[in-house]
Write a protein that binds this ligand. Structure first.
Ligand code: ZN
Length: 321
């Protein structure tokens, strides 16, 4: 394997200040944050609203979107039979620090986004809970039994009846399909892997003001796209806190991504055989093929990278398509 040809692509995150954000990305994580209301770290993103740059090496300073365009071989983005070339980097990895509750929202699927949002992609996303209070909850799903009741509950503001809150704990992994009503509650830090899309329909924002005005709600679009009845909560959540050590543990495989977790306590070796592999170190430190890595590092192993050895004591979330 020639590592000069196949470098590890470390990325510089982009930070987003949000009315619900906090300081923990600067205190619990090794980042320089823009302010005490930093809600999101876009850790691996080629989205125009937050395009990460390469940290070092031959591609230093280049935006991930540019690298994707100019070096498709790094991402295995070839034209081949049955699989057309992708027109954009397909995934987005974020770390979210919710000091207070996020709005209650829902994302459309690809078909709805394509026809209603200028050809944008829909959004399927998943969450790994990095940290939370012992009694933390998330909003996942709703209690309406049919579309009629859904529309009535939303239009009449019957939020208490409508919203389904479920308890969560550190290490839980949650898949959010399009059409699933969801909200991250205050006190939760999580890592999100999602389709590269920013289309969100806000159902309810707790009547909060941002810059003196309420943020826009998308009531009609929400009623259009929300799945009724909601999938049982237990089918969306799995416990990923205590997985087998020193191996690649698959958390989810869906049409848009696969996500794995590594709990490295000594050493693990595997072959990077995916079109590309995103890796985010979420705890501890160690080495990848002899190169030091630590909590807060995010990098991409390119197509054909070959044998990978992780050593140390660390937890890593990995994703590919
Ligand atoms: Zn979402």
């Amino acid at each position: 394997m020639d590592q000069k040809v196949k470098p590890i692509i470390f990325l510089n995150p982009v930070f987003k200040q949000m009315i619900w954000g906090g300081e923990r990305l600067g205190t619990d994580w090794p980042y320089e944050i823009p302010g005490p209301d930093t809600g999101e770290c876009w850790a691996v993103s080629a989205h125009p609203n937050g395009d990460c740059t390469v940290r070092d090496g031959a591609y230093a300073g280049k935006a991930l979107s540019e690298l994707w365009e100019e070096e498709p071989a790094l991402f295995g983005n070839f034209e081949s039979e049955g699989t057309p070339k992708l027109d954009r980097f397909p995934l987005l990895t974020k770390i979210i620090d919710a000091k207070s509750d996020l709005s209650i929202q829902v994302h459309p699927d690809d078909a709805y986004a394509k026809s209603h949002e200028n050809g944008s992609l829909g959004k399927t996303e998943c969450w790994y809970i990095l940290d939370c209070e012992p009694d933390a909850t998330l909003v996942i799903g709703h209690n309406a039994k049919d579309k009629e009741e859904l529309a009535a509950m939303i239009k009449e503001g019957r939020w208490h009846e409508f919203i389904r809150e479920v308890p969560v704990k550190r290490g839980d992994f949650i898949q959010i399909d399009p059409g699933t009503v969801h909200a991250i509650k205050g006190g939760i830090m999580l890592l999100e892997t999602q389709q590269n899309s920013d289309i969100t329909y806000r159902v309810y924002d707790y009547d909060r003001l941002s810059g003196g005005k309420p943020r826009q709600l998308h009531v009609e679009q929400s009623i259009d796209v929300i799945t009724v009845p909601a999938k049982p909560a237990a089918e969306c959540i799995k416990d990923a806190a205590n997985l087998l050590k020193d191996q690649m543990n698959l958390l989810i495989s869906c049409p848009y991504y696969q996500v794995w977790k590594f709990d490295v306590t000594n050493m693990v070796s595997f072959a990077q055989e995916h079109p590309f592999l995103i890796m985010s170190v979420i705890a501890g430190d160690g080495e990848i093929n002899g190169q030091p890595i630590r909590k807060g590092d995010h990098f991409i192993l390119p197509c054909g990278y070959g044998e990978v050895t992780l050593e140390g004591r660390m937890e890593i979330i990995a994703a590919s398509i």
